[in-house]
Design a protein around this ligand. Sequence first.
Ligand SMILES: [Zn+2]
Length: 239
Amino acid sequence: MGTLELLLELHKHDNNLKNINLKLKEISDGEKVKTISAKLEKMENRLKDIEKRLETNQLGLNRNDLLLRDLYYRLKETEKDLYGGKISDLKQLSYLDKERETIQKEIDKKELEIIQQMEKIDNLKEEFSKLKEDFKELKLEYINLIEGYNQTIEDLKLKAYEEISEKEKISPKIEQDILNAYVNLKKTRGYALAEIIDNRCSGCNMLLPTIVIDRLKNMGEIVYCENCGRILYINKQDF
Ligand SMILES: [Zn+2]
């Protein structure tokens, strides 16, 4: 294998490595993971919020239950006085009757309040369980996504390792100063090799003198582009 062919091989493996690294970066940037993770956090906060509201409402309901029980007791006592026959004073009876009415109104009000509270608690419970289901589903999707990514990352790392060991096999076969030039070009220009297309360097678009192309074609020499310095090559089929 000539030097140029070796350089082309090196170039190929470097390109593969570059693509692998791009893919790895894409995964680590992971827009999808970020979106799901943000959604999960939002859901979790909402769940906590509902839980807190359920607790508050339950406490309120318990308190109202006690108050209602107390009102029932007071009603019973008032009715006992009112209808027990022990009291015959009209003024007192009329007062008791008013008292009974007031208590009854309070009972009606409290009962309505309790019904509303129970409805609210039911709604919150329903919302909670629905949200919890959605949360579980999304969490599973998230885990699968991460696992899939982990598998992909493993595969890509393995491929990168293979590319690197291929490069290590090729590099020692190339003359040191040419290899150095290749490495420097890659560092400064992004890539070291440029194909000649329509008599132009595809790296910088400079029109190349025929003599340069001939030297490359006929002698298989290493030819650098005069403008960008890249190592020139002609499509492999032309060799
Ligand atoms: Zn050039």
